[in-house]
Design a protein around this ligand. Structure first.
Ligand code: FMN
Length: 195
């Protein structure tokens, strides 16, 4: 069976619009995929500072790539498909997702240096990014989450990046319900097409 890694960076549990969007996608993934959910708020992700940073340096120098602290990187590499859901925060995504990416960005696991440059090691062909935003930021240069995630996806070796977003969740007078519904329909269709 193929594996789909769902990286859930939704912060608000019950009320999260981003979570609703993600569910619309996941509900339409075929049964040939086993979905593994990684709820980032439940992980003890730490910033790379002090002892936490030093330990990583020592493990990498010793080429100890199978130490448990690299489990997240191995899990990401092995996944056949990747879905990330994260709300739009401060023109980007929550810092929690960056901590997760730092935990996964390990030379010789998710990417490697070669004489021809850096090569991404991820097995997945597709990464799908799902988000909802308070304002309207589609195609805006101020939208800094989507370009970064597109590039880190390529950096990790994933061939295709897809993004679905719902704008205007917090604008008074904006039809936020319709915006979310449109994004959900798009997510359902994409899940059926890809997986
Ligand atoms: C800490 C924080 C920062 C936010 N920053 C932005 C922002 O920069 N631009 C924006 O349009 N909305 C911003 N929002 C609003 C969220 O993007 C919006 O409410 C989104 O739908 C939240 O997703 P959720 O319902 O899944 O929690 C912010 C919300 C929070 C809580």
């Amino acid at each position: 069976m193929k594996t789909l890694l769902y990286i859930d960076c939704c912060i608000r549990d019950e009320a999260s619009r981003t979570q609703q969007l993600a569910q619309s996608f996941l509900n339409n993934v075929s049964e040939t995929y086993e979905v593994t959910t990684l709820k980032l708020t439940k992980l003890d992700l730490k910033p790379l500072i002090g002892e936490h940073f030093e330990e990583r340096e020592q493990l990498l120098t010793a080429k100890n790539y199978h130490h448990p602290r690299f489990d997240l990187a191995h899990q990401l590499v092995a996944a056949d498909a990747i879905v990330i859901a994260a709300p739009f925060w401060d023109l980007s995504f929550p810092a929690l997702l960056k901590l997760y990416i730092e935990a996964c960005a390990v030379d010789q696991i998710t990417f490697k240096s070669t004489p021809d440059g850096l090569i991404g090691m991820c097995n997945a062909k597709h990464l799908v990014y799902l988000t909802t935003r308070g304002g309207v930021y589609t195609d805006s240069p101020s939208e800094q989450a989507l370009p970064y995630l597109r590039h880190i996806s390529t950096f990790f070796g994933v061939d295709h990046f897809h993004a679905i977003s719902a704008d205007g969740m917090d604008i008074q007078g904006y039809d936020s319900k319709l915006s979310l519904q449109n994004a959900k329909s798009e997510a359902e269709a994409l899940a059926k097409t890809l997986f």
